[in-house]
Structures are given as structure tokens and as C-alpha cells.
Ligand binder design. Structure first.
Ligand code: EPZ
Length: 420
């Protein structure tokens, strides 16, 4: 297992390129399975989760080619014959569960393993299954697998997501575009990842109304054709790098290849910490403040403060002058990074789904353990500002969601050594 050895504190100066979005690319790859001809997806990041999903899709007989140099994935489903996604692959990457919507949507049948748990607690899929039953599909659970059947034409109907769910919205759209006469999803998620998927499906020939709103209405079309799609920049990597650029008072970083409009309310909170931000079409310049002002946040569904930036925000607040509080309303137990930050000297108190942070004391390097993707990057951010040497263990969590992280950061002043 790889680990990072990080020397801090180091200011960051220069340009930081943002990679393609993991969470936007995965649904586009699943959507390609619905078409009668090949689809090419550009700007796909080279991440473990993408490679895993390529293998999950290959199990069906679909031809998948990932041109890593170009960052282009080509998916040709014409030989798709095996409508199954096995546990040993689905457990590696929860978003493989999108295969349920894609296979059911394309063939009317699917046998997909239930996703396992994840590092920070339960992540149910009840809304995915109830929504498909509402659409008219028959859903059975059979020794850890979901077995789904649906005729060629489902009456459809309507379903309200409580709570709003990105994954359930994506799965229900994938299952309905070729199959449900008319299906309306209320309280649908409207993350940029969902909007990009719906626009891609419409480009392929789907009939979807309400894109970008909380109510999506899908009407069945007979077929979808493959096309060329462009993945969006990773908005969570963008937010992570903005926070990285605000931690050391001498930092001055320009993020490139990004899309500021995908960040929801995050920039408003970020600017209130005192960081100087300059937005352009595809780049964001961040100059760190002399001192970081404490800024409490509560996560919410898009366009609210993203839960995927909650851990990184807490790290930033350990350097703010004063008290703040970070509350996660989406994943109430997503705080496994707190004990690790306390090992670096952070003063934090967790109660329920809120962590109180007493900022302003400097951190001192130590060995810390990654537990999940976003927690591990919050430890890297802390190591880059802590005095002395920080060891971040099990960085394979990072490799799932951040492309060449240490190379990008070292290029602008960080001192991170990957040790296998
Ligand atoms: C997506 O997960 C993202 N993953 C997550 O990012 C992200 O944290 C999450 O959305 C929230 O923004 C991908 O896009 C691959 P949800 P998802 O369904 O779809 C509850 C990362 O770091 N819920 O929107 O699984 C659920 O418990 C990952 O890249 C149900 O109750 O999230 C949660 O409280 C981590 N029943 C809330 O909805 C269901 O059937 C939101 O979850 C489904 C969800």
C-alpha cells in the first residue's frame, strides 16, 4: 500500500490543472450502454474508479477502449449479451450500481449486486429500487443481488425522492428513457453531473423535460444512438484545490480547465474566509488571505455546500482565527478524518453530525490514516500546512478520485513523496 510523506509548511504558487470529473464520467459511461452504436467520451480522468467501471461494463460483453493518453473512453454495446454485474466488482466501486438502470433500460432484464457499505456508514439504495418498481419493473432480492425484470413498455408514473438522491436520480433516468411511457421524478437531484447526463441522453435521442430542475419527466423513445460526449471538469477537485491555495498566507494559485459555474454556493462561503478569488471562463485564481476568517458551513444537496468538500473545509477551518462548525446533513457520520486531524494537533469536538473547530493553532506533522476518498485529501491538505513531516497512509483511497495529485501539487511548491 502506498503512502505519502509530506514536508510542511509549503506555500503553493503557480498553475494547477483540474482533471475531468469522476462523478460525471461514470453516469455518461453507463448511458453509452443504452445506445445502438458506439459512444466516445472525452476528458475522462485516469482514476481507479474509471478503470473499475470499464471492467464492470466489459463483463456484459460490451467493448470498452480507454485511450489514456487522449483521456477518451469508447464504448460499443452492440455485443452486450450478459446482463449481470458481479459482487466482486460492484463492491469495489458503488457507482457500478448504475448498471442496474442501464441494463434494465436497454434489455428489460438485469442482475446486479447490491453495493457494499462504505467507509463512513450506510448508503442505502432503497430509493433506486422503489422508483423502478413505481415505474412498473419487477424487483427481487436474491442472495445479495438485485434481479430486475420489465416488459418492453412500462406504464411509468411518478416517484418522489425522499431524500433527494444523485444516484437514484441517475439510475431511474437510465432505466426509463427507453422503457417508460411517461415517468416523472419529483425532488430529483440537479447536481451538474445529473444535468450533464440528461443533456447527453437528449443528444442521443432521449425525451427528458425539466433538465436542471427538481422535476424530471421522461417519455419513452424507441432507440438511442451513440454520439461524442464531453465530460465536465471535476467540481470537487476544483473546490479541493481552492482550499489548498488558501491555507498558506503566501500562496497564489491559478486553477485551469475548470468550470466555476458548477460550484453552487461554495464560492460565496469560500470568499467569506478572506481568500481573494478571481473567476474567469475556465480558470480561477486564488490568493490566500493573511489570516483565514472562521466560516461555519452546513452541507446540502446541490446547489448547497457539497458534502464532498466537507472534510477539506474542516481542515481549512483548523487554520482559521477563531471557532467554526461544520455540519453534514447529507452524510451525518462522514467524520472519520476528525481523529486523524486531532493527531496533527487540531482542536476539534465532534457531536452528532457537527464538528466544532477551534482554529488558529498550528499543526505538527504525524502519521495519519486515510479512510475514504475525501477524508484522505483533507489529511494531505493538513500535511502540507503542518510543521515537519506528515505520513498519510493508504493513499489508494486518493487514487480513486484524484488524478496525479502529488505531481500536480509538487509542481507548484508542495513537498510530497509517494512511497510504495
Ligand atoms: C453521489 O453518491 C456521489 N457519488 C458521492 O460522492 C456524493 O457524496 C453524493 O452523491 C452526495 O452528493 C457519485 O456520484 C459516484 P446520494 P450517491 O444517493 O448518489 C440517501 C465521492 O466522494 N439515500 O445523493 O450515493 C443517502 O443515504 C462520492 O466521490 C437514501 O436514503 O449519494 C444520503 O444520505 C462519495 N436512499 C443521501 O440520500 C437511496 O436509495 C444522498 O445520497 C439513495 C440515497
Amino acid at each position: 500500500m502506498d503512502k505519502f510523506i509530506i514536508e510542511g509548511p509549503t506555500p503553493l504558487q503557480g498553475t494547477l490543472p483540474v482533471s475531468g470529473s469522476k462523478n460525471a464520467a461514470l453516469p455518461l459511461m453507463a448511458a453509452a450502454l443504452l445506445a445502438d452504436s458506439p459512444t466516445r467520451i472525452h476528458h475522462v480522468p485516469r482514476l481507479r474508479d474509471i478503470y473499475t467501471f470499464c471492467n464492470v461494463i466489459r463483463v456484459t460483453g460490451t467493448h470498452v477502449l480507454f485511450d489514456e493518453d487522449e483521456g477518451v473512453v469508447t464504448i460499443d454495446p452492440s455485443n452486450l449479451a450478459h446482463v449481470e454485474s458481479p459482487y466482486e466488482l460492484v463492491r469495489k466501486m458503488r457507482a457500478s450500481f448504475y448498471m442496474l438502470g442501464a441494463l434494465l433500460g436497454r434489455t428489460g432484464r438485469a442482475r446486479v449486486s447490491l453495493p457494499g457499505g462504505c467507509a463512513w456508514g450506510p448508503r442505502p439504495v432503497d430509493l433506486h429500487l422503489k422508483g423502478m418498481e413505481e415505474m412498473g419493473a419487477r424487483i427481487e432480492l436474491e442472495s445479495g443481488y438485485v434481479v430486475a425484470e420489465s416488459g418492453d413498455l412500462l406504464e411509468g408514473g411518478r416517484f418522489t425522492l425522499k431524500p433527494s438522491s444523485v444516484g437514484a436520480t441517475i439510475n431511474l433516468v437510465l432505466a426509463s428513457v427507453l422503457r417508460a411511457k411517461k415517468f416523472t421524478i419529483h425532488n430529483a437531484a440537479k447536481e451538474p453531473d445529473v444535468v450533464l447526463l440528461c443533456k447527453a441522453l437528449v443528444k442521443m435521442g432521449a425525451d427528458i423535460e425539466g433538465i436542471g430542475s427538481n422535476t424530471l419527466t421522461i417519455r419513452k423513445v424507441n432507440s438511442l444512438s451513440g454520439t461524442t460526449l464531453h465530460n465536465s471538469p471535476d467540481r470537487i477537485e476544483t473546490g479541493t484545490f481552492m482550499i489548498a491555495a488558501a491555507m498558506h498566507p503566501e500562496s497564489d494559485v491559478t486553477l485551469t480547465n475548470t468550470s466555476p459555474e458548477d460550484l453552487g454556493v461554495f464560492p460565496e462561503y469560500f470568499e467569506k474566509t478572506g481568500a481573494e478569488v478571481e473567476f474567469n471562463e475556465t480558470s480561477i485564481r486564488v490568493k490566500a488571505p493573511e489570516t483565514i476568517r472562521p466560516m461555519p458551513v452546513e452541507t446540502a444537496i446541490y446547489p448547497g455546500f457539497p458534502t464532498d468538500l466537507q472534510a477539506q473545509w474542516s481542515t481549512m477551518m483548523t487554520q482559521a482565527k477563531g471557532r467554526s462548525a461544520v455540519t453534514d446533513n447529507v452524510y451525518p457520520d462522514r467524520f472519520s478524518y476528525v481523529p486523524e486531524l486531532k493527531r496533527l494537533g487540531a482542536s476539534m469536538q465532534l457531536s452528532g453530525n457537527t464538528v466544532e473547530i477551534d482554529g488558529g493553532n498550528s499543526l505538527t506533522g504525524a502519521s495519519v490514516m486515510s479512510t475514504d476518498l475525501r477524508a484522505s485529501v483533507s489529511l494531505v491538505l493538513a500535511g502540507m500546512i503542518a510543521k515537519g513531516q506528515t505520513e498519510v497512509l493508504r493513499v489508494y483511497h486518493l487514487d480513486r478520485g484524484y488524478e496525479n495529485l502529488e505531481k500536480k501539487l509538487n509542481r507548484i511548491g508542495a513537498d510530497i513523496l509517494r512511497v510504495s
